[in-house]
Design a protein around this ligand. Structure first.
Ligand SMILES: Nc1ncnc2c1ncn2[C@@H]1O[C@H](COP(=O)(O)OP(=O)(O)O)[C@@H](O)[C@H]1O
Ligand SMILES: [Mg+2]
Length: 269
């Protein structure tokens, strides 16, 4: 369904993504993990065509995404919705209108200018907000919502596009643990109930383990791990995050210690 071959992105002499290869054969929920600077965002940006690849290809259902231009590229971008750490909503606009922005690609300029939306679309937007548990927030301005609610509005806007793939770049990095959980559960439900592929950049291991079917680990632009959460051993995790002094991202290192302890317990048992 999705095949990434020899994908490389260079900035000057530096390869932000360095010869990445992977295949996805079903609409899975995939977590991409790795330290800051590992190349996770660049990978997603190339998939969504916010960035052009320097080399290699991304083929989705037989079509080479990296070669698309103009209208074909925009059509791809609506099949492949993107969610960001900072939500990227229009703060002063109400929640429903923010969600309806997900239909922008298929509306005329005139309809957009006058903020005209078909009634069916408005119903659909409210239905999606309801699925995500925030229909009651619909008339409020986006800026009046909590971070967790705003990220769910961003998910609703993505779902409104009816995409086959949802790409999420650190969707919970700005949220407290409780809201992080609500947002990850929302992504998981959209994945399971609608059969949409989700690829989420997550910088902590525990979140990827808990919500994803498959984990891709990146380090210095390269894919150094690709497997199920079960296959992500302590050794594999160390390899992904490196063993330097800065190996102390709070949640990740806590999780690594827990893994070490359970590995030690397993050995001692
Ligand atoms: N627009 C850019 N110009 C130059 N270097 C960049 C640019 N975007 C990313 N990089 C570099 O590419 C590497 C990977 O960045 P990024 O994909 O943002 O990593 P991550 O999302 O894993 O933190 C980093 O070294 C970063 O500094
Ligand atoms: Mg990033």
């Amino acid at each position: 369904m999705l095949t990434v071959t020899n994908l490389t992105k260079r900035f000057g002499s530096k390869a932000a993504v360095d010869n990445a290869n992977f295949d996805v054969n079903e609409p899975a929920m995939i977590g991409i993990i790795g330290r800051s600077g590992a190349g996770k965002s660049t990978m997603l940006r190339m998939m969504n065509r916010l960035a052009d690849a320097s080399e290699g290809s991304i083929v989705f259902e037989g079509e080479d995404i990296t070669a698309l231009k103009g209208a074909a590229k925009r059509a791809w971008q609506s099949r492949c919705a993107m969610i960001f750490q900072q939500f990227n909503l229009v703060p002063r606009m109400d929640v429903v209108s923010n969600v309806l922005h997900g239909t922008l690609n298929r509306r005329s300029t005139v309809a957009t200018m006058f903020n005209l939306y078909p009634e069916d679309d408005i119903h659909k937007a409210i239905e999606i907000l309801d699925r995500l548990g925030i229909a009651d927030q619909a008339p409020k301005r986006a800026e009046a919502l909590s971070g967790g609610q705003q990220q769910r509005v961003a998910i609703a806007r993505a779902v409104m596009q009816d995409p086959q793939i949802i790409l999420a770049d650190e969707p919970i990095a700005s949220l407290d643990p409780m809201n992080a959980q609500i947002v990850m559960e929302a992504l998981r439900r959209i994945h399971e109930e609608d059969g949409r592929m989700v690829i989420a950049n997550l910088h902590t291991l525990d979140t990827a383990r808990r919500y994803c079917d498959r984990v891709i680990g990146m380090r210095d632009g390269r894919i150094v791990f690709d497997g199920t959460p079960d296959q992500l051993t302590t050794g594999a995790a160390r390899d992904i995050y490196g063993a330097g002094d800065d190996f102390s991202e709070a949640a990740t290192s806590t999780e690594i210690q827990a893994l070490d302890r359970s590995a030690a317990t397993a050995v001692n048992a």
